[in-house]
Write a protein that binds this ligand. Structure first.
Ligand SMILES: Cc1cc2nc3c(=O)[nH]c(=O)nc-3n(C[C@H](O)[C@H](O)[C@H](O)COP(=O)(O)OP(=O)(O)OC[C@H]3O[C@@H](n4cnc5c(N)ncnc54)[C@H](O)[C@@H]3O)c2cc1C
Length: 432
């Protein structure tokens, strides 16, 4: 069955979410920018807790999770519709309990953690009581995890972690880290790496710098360069089995990539909304910008590209719901990962450009939106790697031509068609 409608009950929740984010959450973005991943204190804490409770009361808390983990079990498609709203605000994912990287971290602890690990690390995360950090990329290697060198070795009843990690988001405010390390250098990296749960207070975790994105102040950023210097954790802190790090990482990154794309739909819709409002408001050479054909072309392109992108995101979310397995949707997950930076880039640039000098100023929100384009091309693996995945998956549905010529080679096709028609004619005459 093909159906592009949203059931009325869930649409009512989406309508409530849209109003709530606009009226109650976006003020936090304006008055407390950049604080979403810092544990709130004082009055801010009271405010944030009250908002989270309202979200819970509506049954909208942690929509990425199933009911067994305190979520709603809505599935990815409904989560996509939610994220199309939450993605306009830095604070909204925190208020709704769906912020990266905690979503992915919760997912892997839920899937691979022991009961004790779930009680200690997962539950506070699901309750929105703490932040977590995923520490995989290294200073010398990111998109090729086979090059990672951070080591974890056994010493009696402890694992000892030694190495450096780069761009570990939210390390400065996280309560625990999930660290990927080599446990067996003598086998392939696919079997020789493991994941560890490391409490933030463990001695030996040295944050060398908190790196920011372009334009952010030095050492005020959220992406840490970390030295794990003789960091010791009990043997029980291994997450999943020894050598399972690659499998765990893929579980985590699959969902993360889709969720980023869902929020990118929100960014592109906002860029289009701002573009349309501006060109209807601003006049030049005797008419509003909206009457200029170049501008109309930009509106049409932004609209059409957004719709294409959104449909692929929604389709991929639906596909994941059908299979309950990210791996089976890897072609489309990789495809939307490839499209995400481009669609943001083009939509935001057109809108920013139509605002003239105001568009490139710090009095409009384009700076943060614009930055999402290059970031989305890198985070969770660079575009090239995902283009390779798309191509590899697409090629699985094809095989080489059986002979020297392509199967669509016209001379061969015509000869076969003539034979086919002659055989049909013989059959018709025979029956006449
Ligand atoms: C905002 C942000 C948050 C992040 N958060 C985290 C986090 O919480 N935890 C964490 O562990 N990491 C995090 N990362 C790191 C991220 O996962 C890596 O940056 C990413 O995997 C790429 O690795 P790299 O930066 O080392 O780039 P490299 O691997 O050095 O790649 C650089 C460039 O080389 C090219 N390239 C790479 N591979 C290929 C290929 N196969 N074919 C052709 N060209 C190729 C691409 O142009 C690529 O952009 C974050 C990154 C960003 C930007």
């Amino acid at each position: 069955m093909w159906d592009f409608s949203t059931e009325p009950g869930f649409q009512a929740l989406l309508d409530w979410t849209r109003d709530f984010v606009r009226d109650r959450v976006e003020p936090l973005d304006l008055v407390h920018p950049g604080e979403a991943f810092h544990p709130p204190t004082g009055d801010l804490r009271l405010l944030v807790d009250a908002m989270k409770q309202e979200v819970r009361d509506r049954g909208l808390w942690a929509c990425h999770l199933g009911p067994e983990l305190g979520g709603q079990g809505y599935g990815q498609l409904k989560l996509a519709l939610m994220n199309e709203i939450l993605g306009t605000s830095g604070w909204a994912p925190i208020i709704f309990g769906t912020q990266a990287p905690d979503t992915g971290n919760a997912e892997i602890i839920a899937q691979y953690g022991t009961d004790e690990q779930k009680a200690r690390y997962l539950q506070p995360l699901l309750d929105g009581e703490c932040f977590s950090c995923y520490s995989m990329t290294e200073p010398h290697a990111g998109s090729d995890p086979k090059m990672f060198t951070t080591r974890a070795t056994r010493d009696g009843d402890q694992w000892v972690i030694q190495g450096r990690k780069f761009f570990s988001s939210n390390a400065r405010t996280a309560s625990f880290f999930i660290v990927m390390a080599v446990t067996d250098p003598d086998v392939s990296a696919y079997q020789g790496m493991s994941m560890f749960l490391v409490p933030a207070e463990t001695p030996g975790i040295v944050i060398e710098r908190n790196i920011g994105l372009m334009g952010e102040d030095e050492d005020e950023g959220m992406h840490a360069l970390i030295h794990y210097d003789d960091v010791r954790v009990p043997l029980d802190n291994l997450l999943g089995g020894e050598g399972q790090a690659f499998a765990i990482a893929q579980t985590r990154l699959g969902g993360g990539r889709v969720h980023h794309a869902m929020r990118a739909v929100a960014t592109c819709q906002k860029a289009l909304d701002l573009l349309c409002e501006r060109v209807l408001s601003r006049e030049t050479q005797g008419e509003v910008l909206a009457r200029k054909q170049f501008i109309q072309g930009d509106i049409a392109d932004s609209y059409a590209e957004l719709q294409q992108f959104r449909l692929l995101v929604l389709y991929t979310a639906w596909e994941i719901d059908q299979h309950k397995d990210y791996h089976r949707s890897r072609k489309n997950i990789a495809a939307i990962k490839v499209l995400t930076p481009k669609v943001i880039h083009d939509a935001v640039l057109r809108s920013m450009h139509a605002h003239g000098a105001l568009g490139v100023s710090n009095e409009m929100p384009f700076g943060g939106m614009w930055m999402m384009a290059p970031v989305m091309g890198i985070v969770d693996g660079p575009t090239e790697v995902h283009r390779i995945t798309v191509a590899r998956e697409v090629l699985k549905g094809y095989k080489p031509a059986p002979g020297a010529w392509p199967t669509a080679h016209l001379p061969g096709q015509r000869a076969a068609a003539r034979e086919n028609l002659a055989a049909q004619l013989e059959h018709v005459i025979g029956n006449a």
